[in-house]
Design a protein around this ligand. Structure first.
Ligand SMILES: Nc1ncnc2c1ncn2[C@@H]1O[C@H](COP(=O)(O)OP(=O)(O)OP(=O)(O)O)[C@@H](O)[C@H]1O
Length: 273
């Protein structure tokens, strides 16, 4: 891989990439006899857009679930901001500043866009969620602050016009944007996006790409994404990890990965979905 200074660097398009913020070291994850992740190490830098790619079943979602704390690997360790992360449930990982979206949309269909996005702030609420819902006493001022933050996200992602609409009534591309909004409402330092463009048409993909870049640029949010659309991956990412059968077979800039023979053999050369 090209040498990158430990303290960070500025990209060709003028974005600031910082030092390593999350490091995965020798991660192995098994489901019974299946080794979904085999001794994989890689790092993620502050402010970077980092993609994880690979054919179906390569272990990408499993890796995302390890980062989000949903799966605890049998071997290896995760260093976050230089410290070894202890075993903790996903909601605690979320509190450390790591938010995610899911491959299959996981929104509350009957609730409005606004209320769905509000749930992204549960981890940041001091008064309990029930208290918030009932709007009692000290909860109200806090609620105002949360609403203001949520409105900012709504403006940023240009979904003002649907803020009161129940999610069930939205087209697919907008649901994906609402999911992004909910994750952003948590004000994450690292945002994990599991196939953010899956099932989208070309125009929706262009919109989503623009929003991902804008989030990264405006808030300096570090972004880790799994994506099957090669054009999107190569356009968006600073660095790409390539997995195949649970192993890491490539890691580098889009150009480096494109020229990696193992990657060409295992993935890029193979028709996919
Ligand atoms: N909860 C689970 N229980 C048992 N096996 C699992 C589980 N989750 C994943 N696997 C297995 O681990 C391997 C990696 O799966 P994973 O979903 O991480 O791959 P992926 O690269 O995300 O695939 P896709 O592109 O199809 O989403 C597969 O062999 C899969 O069957």
């Amino acid at each position: 891989m090209l040498d990158q200074p430990a303290e960070g660097y500025v990209t060709a398009d003028g974005r600031q990439i910082g030092p390593v913020v999350l490091e995965l070291k020798n991660i192995t994850l098994r489901f019974g006899g299946v080794e979904a992740i085999k001794n994989i190490s890689f790092d993620i830098r502050e402010g970077e857009i980092r993609a994880i790619i690979g054919p179906n079943g390569a272990g990408k979602s499993s890796m995302m679930n390890v980062i989000s704390g949903f799966y605890v690997p049998q071997e290896g360790e995760i260093l976050y901001k230089g410290y070894k992360r202890r075993k903790m449930p996903p909601y605690q990982v979320a509190r450390t500043g790591i938010a995610r979206t899911f491959q299959n949309i996981a929104l509350f269909e009957g609730m409005s866009v606004l209320d769905n996005i509000m749930t992204g702030r549960i981890n940041l609420m001091k008064s309990g969620f029930l208290k918030q819902a009932l709007w009692w006493g000290p909860a109200s001022r806090e609620e105002d602050e949360h609403r203001a933050k949520v409105e900012k996200v709504i403006d940023f992602l240009e979904i003002q016009h649907i803020r009161k609409t129940p999610v069930a009534r939205l087209p697919y591309g907008l649901k994906k944007r609402v999911e992004l909004a909910r994750a952003l409402a948590a004000e994450p330092q690292i945002l994990l996006l599991d196939e953010p463009m899956a099932g989208m048409n070309v125009e929706e993909k262009e919109d989503m790409s623009r929003f991902i870049l804008d989030v990264n640029d405006e808030f300096g949010t570090t972004i880790v994404l799994i994506e099957h659309d090669m054009g999107v991956v190569m356009d968006l990412s600073d660095r790409v990890v390539v997995m195949d059968y649970g192993k890491k077979i490539g890691d580098g800039t889009p150009d480096e990965v494109r020229g990696n023979q193992d990657v060409i053999d295992a993935y890029l050369g193979v028709a996919h979905e």
